[in-house]
Design a protein around this ligand. Structure first.
Ligand code: FES
Length: 84
């Protein structure tokens, strides 16, 4: 996933926006990433990925997503269709 690819597909929040938020706002818990353009507050598909990014950042790493964007979007679509 490139920096301008969307991690939160519901609200079109890119990896770049999330990394900027992490560096500027220094959230104590991953759930605070919801303050970054509502990330994670739609279908909730991206919440585990937001948690992973926060964990990487807390560990002093530069947060990255290794997922291929089209596969990521496909899995999110499956997730949405499986919801009751
Ligand atoms: S993809 Fe982030 S809330 Fe739906």
């Amino acid at each position: 996933m490139d920096p301008d690819d969307h991690v939160c597909l519901c609200f079109r929040v890119s990896l770049r926006k999330l990394n900027t938020y992490l560096d500027c706002e220094r959230p104590r818990v991953a759930s605070q990433l919801s303050e970054c353009f509502g990330a994670g507050t739609g279908c909730h598909w991206c919440v585990p990925f937001l948690q992973k990014l926060h964990h990487q950042w807390e560990a002093g790493e530069s947060p990255v997503m290794t997922d291929e964007p089209s596969e990521y979007a496909r899995q999110r679509e499956e997730y949405r269709q499986a919801k009751p």
